[in-house]
Design a binder for this molecule. Structure first.
Ligand code: L34
Length: 288
């Protein structure tokens, strides 16, 4: 079993981005500038957004954090988005999800200028991705493609099972892996809560990408010997023995699955850091 180290790979990518930024600065070109809007004070969201801001500093980007209270109205949020859409200094921005229940997520994502949509969530960019036109790929699936490539994991002709059909991970992942591209050409099965015989389907898989948000859902008896496992789940589970009062749990029962896997991503230190690195990559692209 080989561990797929997202932390080390993300650090390499950030190093590459830092060089490109340095290059731009020497040529007198614009410094990339990412903005993030955070609504409310969800603990996990605050952690992720703070990591994004810190990562900007690390590669030499400018960054702006727009921190809005939990009771922000949809109208106020749309106003903030409009300001960022119009601001020539901002190359790209994101609205961290999930949003409070009172705000319509779809309306918000559609208000973002597609040219600044470095999350790749706007319907225009989802359409371009689906049609294999150049666009911003959503950061988590983009990061997974990058891990598969950098670890030389063959996907062409392989049976890939994706568990979870979310708009930000499972669905785009299934589309990208089926395409004619590097880390593509796979035979993809997209599974979800209504799937029958999930275990039988998983036992046929060469690669399994798990993104449903249920701690330790995928167990050793569900996978074949030599499988490649990408664990996207990251749930905070109460744990009194930890200083913070919780531990981070993936969607994979690492203990039993790692015994059969040829490659596996850990949680933390797997897909999470890659999400941040690929967001930076998209911001650099937006600036270029
Ligand atoms: N708009 N909303 C928008 N874009 C995104 O790309 C995200 N996502 C997901 C949630 N909402 C979003 C993220 O940024 C998930 N996500 C994310 C980003 C970073 C990490 C995890 C999820 C991450 O850094 N994970 C670390 C551990 C962090 C911790 O200590 O909690 C890891 O090693 O996995």
């Amino acid at each position: 079993m080989q561990l797929i180290d997202g932390k080390v790979t993300a650090a390499q990518i950030k190093e590459e981005i830092a060089k490109a930024v340095q290059n731009r600065k020497e040529k007198g070109l614009k410094t990339p500038h990412l903005a993030a809007i955070l609504v409310g004070s969800d603990g996990a969201s605050m952690t992720y957004v703070n990591s994004k801001v810190k990562a900007c500093e690390k590669v030499g980007f400018n960054s702006t954090l727009i921190d809005l209270p939990e009771d922000t109205t949809e109208e106020q949020l749309l106003h903030e988005i409009e300001l960022l859409n119009k601001d020539p200094e901002i190359d790209g921005f994101i609205v961290q999800l999930p949003l409070p229940d009172a705000i319509n997520e779809q309306k918000v994502l559609m208000a973002i200028n597609p040219d600044k949509d470095v999350d790749g969530f706007h319907p225009t960019n989802v359409g371009k991705m689906t049609l294999e036109l150049p666009t911003f790929l959503p950061a988590t699936p983009f990061g997974i493609l990058e891990l598969l490539e950098r670890y030389h994991i063959e996907t062409s002709g392989k049976n890939v099972v994706v568990i979870g059909r979310s708009h930000i991970v499972g669905r785009p992942m299934s589309i990208l892996l089926s395409q004619k591209r590097k880390a593509g050409n796979a035979t993809v099965t997209l599974t979800h809560s209504r799937t029958k015989n999930l275990k039988d389907i998983c036992l046929q898989a060469d690669i399994i990408i798990v993104a449903l948000g249920i701690p330790e859902f995928l167990t050793g008896d569900m996978v074949k010997e030599g499988v490649v496992i990408i664990d996207v789940g990251i749930t905070r589970v109460s744990d009194a023995t930890k200083k913070r009062g919780y531990r981070l749990a993936g969607d994979v029962d690492f203990e039993t699955v790692s015994k059969k896997a040829s490659y596996i991503t850990p949680v933390p230190g797997g897909v999470g850091p890659m999400t941040i690195a690929m967001l930076l990559k998209n911001t650099l692209l937006a600036c270029q």
